[in-house]
Design a protein around this ligand. Sequence first.
Ligand code: ADP
Length: 259
Amino acid sequence: GGHPTGQPAGPQPVRGVARILAIASGKGGVGKSTVSSNLAVALARQGRRVGLLDADIYGPSQPRMMGVNQRPASPDGKTIIPLQAHGVTMMSIGLMLKEGEAVIWRGPMLMGALQQMLGQVAWGELDVLIVDLPPGTGDVQLTLCQRTQLTGAIVVSTPQDVALLDARKALHMFETLKTPVLGLIENMSSFVCPNCGHESHIFGHGGVRAEAAKLGLPFLGELPIDLDTRLAGDAGTPVAAGDGPAAAAYARLAAGLVA
Ligand code: ADP
């Protein structure tokens, strides 16, 4: 279908990519990037061809979490060759910046960067492309939902009221944009003391499951506060690449997502 401006109307697929899953959150710091990288790695371990696009343009954390820092090559000056890490094909705006450099861009430039990362990166054939969105309900989310045919969005939240409040706004945005919501994940759901085994609910517990039930959306699972998860993310090898309990939890989540 054509449009007078030459822009095709409606959301478009990305060539060679079977499913696009957007990982969203209402606010920052709830573990959206951690969930994105670990789901990507878990899916790759299950034999899927997986891409990870870090669209968190203001706070790209995937280069650190996936342990890559090379600048992607562009032999022809048009196509960008993505990087490979832990079996995942990945691209991040952070790879085009020096670590510690801030992005100070206006909306149209953000849109340009996003379109470039979707359209000019040589993703190849993928079963799944995971998109790590910025937190909140801004231009990047809007453009992605309107221009790109998403399989659906997954909303990550902690059980804390302030996080849930913002998660609701993100859910409302997807509803308005008619982007299917595949489900909700409760991160930092509980904490088990490694010394005494006592379980505490630092940010509360069960709020995301209750919210999902209230909205009639699938609840995909809960992930505890886990030191290994944090250490692995900081070290650039997602915990899902190992064989501890967190890796098992991510493997279950991944298997449920892409059946
Ligand atoms: P967001 O993408 O929502 O801003 P991040 O994924 O960057 O959040 O997570 C914020 C911080 O919390 C990171 O240092 C990350 O390692 C840590 N983190 C995320 N989820 C967990 C968890 N389940 N257990 C422990 N630390 C976590």
